[in-house]
Design a protein around this ligand. Structure first.
Ligand SMILES: Cc1cc2nc3c(=O)[nH]c(=O)nc-3n(C[C@H](O)[C@H](O)[C@H](O)COP(=O)(O)O)c2cc1C
Length: 379
């Protein structure tokens, strides 16, 4: 990567690929893992409650923990009180955060009830006022992350994009589903395109179900979006940014990494978890992370069944050693998985062909990307 490919106010970005916020997952260790593998530039934290941040609540401070290698960093805020959002943004600016993102897509009742998250998409005037208050207070870019709308009858993202552009939003991230859709059904590329067309000046970043470099390229081409933001796809494949860059920049289809490299990166991830959260808590949190790496390992029962009890770094090595011995039965003489045990190619919902969906309407849903369990069950 060299030179800026996107300019958001004073912030020059070297890649138009972004890490989407995934509450409970996109913490400092994971961001460092994807940054070390390359291809991504701006990464976003989990959502942070603006009021908790102003009150310097220890959980909120942990969510924004960063390091010099974790740059440029966007912090995502949620809240509905303009003055609180402004003060939180000012604090983040003083800490050297590169940009502030506003959550307008969260469907969780607790967040919507107080006028935050997806509820912001239903009240354009109020949301415009909140964004203006923030933009006028800070020099760093303020961006918004939204869904297409509340439901199919209320596709407000194009109007909202325009309204926010008028008050100085720097960029818009849009997940191509409505709040009502949750994570079901196909990502609506036509819907993302309408947001791109509505926003006359600011870049729109497409999001949803991108699990392969080809899917990212397809989204860029079909919607005309300025970049692509990837969440769960990065959990399957933290290499996705690097592989997508190669496809976009050089037209090369780089294969998924070999098993040994996956193991090496998984270990690195655990080391960082232990460094940032301490051994006990880091291992506890890693219980739900390791199975995501394992999704691309082939047969994996013996690994998953043990890793959910992970309590220490040395126990992890024992689990791994046991698993590697067990896995040999599925491999050939060179240690490669026999073809019938290799994980299937990933196919995002919006790449299910029209013919496939015609023949079998469930095809689009079957190809859906699993939603990890976490603090928010219905993102
Ligand atoms: C477990 C989980 C947590 C999420 N947390 C957030 C969040 O904190 N803020 C946000 O704007 N979106 C959040 N999302 C939505 C994602 O950022 C993204 O828009 C969505 O998952 C679709 O993109 P993907 O298919 O690339 O994951 C979350 C999604 C999941 C599955």
């Amino acid at each position: 990567m060299s030179g800026a490919v996107l300019q958001w106010g004073s912030l020059g970005l070297r890649s138009n690929l972004f890490l989407s916020p995934l509450a409970g997952y996109t913490n400092l260790p994971f961001r460092l893992v994807v940054r070390e593998l390359g291809g991504v530039d701006l990464c976003t934290t989990d959502l942070v409650n603006a009021r908790s941040l102003i009150e310097r609540n220890s959980k909120a401070l942990k969510l924004i923990e960063s390091s010099p290698a974790d740059r440029p960093l966007a912090v995502q805020l949620f809240g509905a009180v303009p003055e609180e959002m402004r003060d939180a943004a000012l604090h983040l600016e003083s800490l050297g955060v590169a940009s502030v993102d506003i959550n307008m897509g969260c469907p969780v009742r607790k967040v919507c009830r107080v006028g935050g998250g997806s509820a912001m998409m239903t009240e354009l005037g109020r949301t415009q006022h909140l964004v203006r208050t923030m933009v006028e207070a800070v020099k760093i870019p303020v961006t918004a992350k939204m869904r297409l709308g509340w439901d199919d009858d209320n596709i407000t993202a194009p109007d909202l994009a325009r309204a926010l552009e008028d008050v100085g939003i720097a960029a818009i991230f849009v997940h191509g589903r409505t709040r009502e859709q949750g994570f079901g059904g196909t990502v609506n590329l036509g819907g993302i395109r309408r947001v791109v067309e509505a926003a006359r000046r600011v870049p729109v970043i497409g999001n949803g179900d991108v699990t392969t470099p080809e899917a990212a390229k397809h989204m860029l081409e079909i919607t005309g979006c300025a970049g692509v933001s990837i969440g769960r796809g990065a959990f399957y494949d933290p290499w996705i940014f690097r592989r997508t860059r190669r496809l976009l920049d050089a037209g090369e289809c780089v294969p998924e990494p070999p098993f040994e490299e996956r193991i090496q990166v998984m270990r690195r991830h655990l080391d960082l978890m232990v460094e940032v959260f301490g051994e006990g808590h880091g291992c506890l949190m890693f219980r739900k992370i390791a199975p995501w790496y394992a999704k691309r390992f082939g047969p994996v029962n013996e690994f998953n069944k043990r890793v959910v009890h992970l309590a220490s770094r040395s126990q992890f090595e024992e689990i791994l050693a046991h698993y590697l011995r067990w896995r040999k039965q599925f491999c050939d003489d060179q240690g490669q998985l026999l073809p019938k045990y290799r994980p299937q190619q990933l196919h995002p919902s919006f790449l299910a062909t029209a013919a496939e969906v015609d023949r079998d309407p469930a095809a689009a849903t079957r190809q859906s990307v699993p939603v990890p369990r976490g603090p928010v069950e219905v993102w």
